[in-house]
Design a protein around this ligand. Structure first.
Ligand code: FRU
Length: 514
């Protein structure tokens, strides 16, 4: 008998052993669980991160490279960190892609897939991925020279896992331009060439190339139009269809620091035409892609095959990025967003929306609708069950001059307030959001609406330390960080002149890291 039980035991052990995946990685239970750690946004496992770089889709993978300093939680010698995702939502960290070398640190840039093998580095069944980036030579900067930023390239034949730098780098030398960086490259079919936009202090330069290795200047843009409160960085030029029509327009995104909509870093865009040589804006006005203080250096993915234009920004601001109260890691990205061009009451505007894939994180939903009469002032408190939420709202105001506030708070009396003021401006108020580590962090940050309607639709994405507000189909966006002592889990409405919350849906959101 004993012998039979023993062999049964051995068989079971062998069976269970066989069921255990050999390479299973056990995720520690405290992984991505530090205070303020974002649960459905990309952030590096540890240490410093800034701009998203080289975003490209290839063979079923969305690549995200990013500015990182792997040895510290503040900015330092820049490398390209690397992560991939199959759905833009869940990310897999990969080893560092590009390291500094004798030409300098690896600053921001882009990646393309060279399907026509213009570079000669690819094969018919294996086109080269080519990264184009700025190299920043610290020694040159220290010596007071003005030519320390140049553009270089590297290629990969194994889906971005390993990279070989071009032996004749830099491919674009510097002729004395103190700020000369962040090349964004795309293939322009109509003029049969690669086109690069580069930020040069107070303007953008456009270059053309047959093979990504030799470049000549096509034109420049923007010396005296648009916002000029700071240095221009991280340009991106791409075409968008005007929704519901067959018309197409070219968009030029330009990040600016300082001089953003509410101070510090921000991103403006122009709408116009590109003829293969010059970008010609329709008007001299630029618009803010995001009015919040925490969306900077964002650019779009190249080689997206489903027709979408996908954007990602760095969710911080150079005014305080290095002192935000996190230690294990510093900074996260916005959620990936789809950009569309739509006709609004104020004219053509970019509409940003979180990518649809994010809805796969919804775990449960609760619906509300209620009316608050004039002078009722405040609603009941709505308890949120998790710190990560998506909230969709459709609100009708009793009077066009009436504002309202949505307060997110915790038991420690910390709060962040999202609302519409009497001037028809949207705002996020983080004056009482806790943790005042920088005077530039505290404040009420407003965004202009593109509509005058009394009704308004809002989408809020709330993570452990960030809120993204998409109003009026995403034509007014405000992205802001916050660092409370405890998660915000209470929600309450305020309104003096009366509102009807025609619908409100709250979804709690799963973590992408557990
Ligand atoms: C924007 C930026 C870029 C530069 C990079 C350096 O945030 O200043 O212009 O390439 O960061 O990390």
């Amino acid at each position: 008998m004993r012998g039979r039980y023993y062999s049964l035991f051995i068989i079971m052990v062998l069976f269970l052993e066989g069921c255990t995946p050999k390479n299973r990685v056990t995720i520690p239970t405290d992984y991505y669980s530090e205070p303020h750690r974002l649960q459905f946004h990309f952030s590096p496992e540890k240490n410093w991160m800034n701009d998203p770089n080289g975003m490209v889709y290839y063979e079923g993978e969305y690549h995200l490279f990013y500015q990182c300093y792997p040895d510290s939680n503040v900015w330092g010698p820049m490398h390209w960190g690397h992560a991939v995702s199959k759905d833009l939502v869940r990310w897999q960290h990969l080893p560092i892609a590009l390291y500094p070398d004798n030409l300098g640190l690896i600053f921001s840039g882009s990646t393309v897939v060279d399907y026509k093998n213009t570079s000669g580095w690819g094969f018919p069944d294996n086109p080269a991925m080519i990264a184009i980036f700025t190299q920043h030579l610290m020694e040159g900067e220290k010596k007071g020279r003005h030519d320390f930023q140049t553009q270089s390239i590297a290629y990969s034949l194994d889906k971005g896992r390993t990279w070989k730098k071009y032996e004749h780098n830099p491919i674009l030398k510097n002729v004395g331009k103190h700020d000369f960086r962040d090349p964004k490259v795309f293939w322009h079919d109509a003029s049969n060439q690669w086109v690069m936009t580069v930020a040069v202090k107070d303007h953008i330069e456009l270059y053309g190339s047959p093979n990504l290795k030799t470049w000549s200047q096509l034109s420049d843009f923007g010396y005296d139009i648009g916002a000029h409160g700071g240095v221009w960085e991280c340009p991106d030029l791409f075409e968008l269809k005007v929704s519901g029509t067959n018309k197409k327009k070219w968009i030029l995104l330009i990040s600016i620091n300082p001089g953003g909509a509410n101070g510090g870093s921000g991103t403006q865009y122009f709408i116009g035409q590109f003829d293969g040589n010059k970008f010609i804006p329709d008007t001299e006005n630029s618009y803010w892609l995001d009015y919040g203080k925490d969306n900077y250096a964002g650019v779009t993915w190249s080689n997206i095959t489903d027709g979408r234009r996908l954007f990602l920004g760095w969710m911080s601001n150079w005014q305080y990025a290095t002192v935000v109260p996190t230690t294990a890691w510093r900074s996260a990205m916005t959620v990936p967003r789809t950009l569309e061009l739509i006709e609004t009451e104020s004219g053509l505007r970019i509409a940003s929306q979180p990518v649809n894939e994010l809805t796969t994180l919804r775990v449960d939903s609760t619906s509300y609708d209620f009316a608050m009469k004039v002078d009722e002032i405040e609603s009941e408190i709505i308890q949120l069950t998790t710190p990560q939420n998506e909230i969709d709202l459709n609100i009708e105001r009793e009077s066009i001059e009436g504002g309202f506030e949505i307060e997110l708070s915790n038991k420690k009396d910390e709060r962040i307030v999202i609302g519409l003021n009497e001037k028809n401006q949207l705002f996020i108020d983080r004056t009482q959001a806790g943790n005042e580590f920088s005077k530039d962090f505290v404040g009420i940050h407003t965004g202009i609406r593109t509509y005058l309607t009394s009704g308004i639709k809002l989408k809020l994405l709330i993570d452990a330390s960030s809120i993204e507000l998409f109003a009026d189909d995403g034509t007014t966006v405000i992205t802001e960080l916050f660092f409370p002592m405890e998660p915000f889990n209470q929600l309450r409405f305020y309104s003096k002149k009366g509102i009807t919350v025609k619908s409100m849906k709250t979804y709690s959101m799963k973590s992408i890291w557990h």
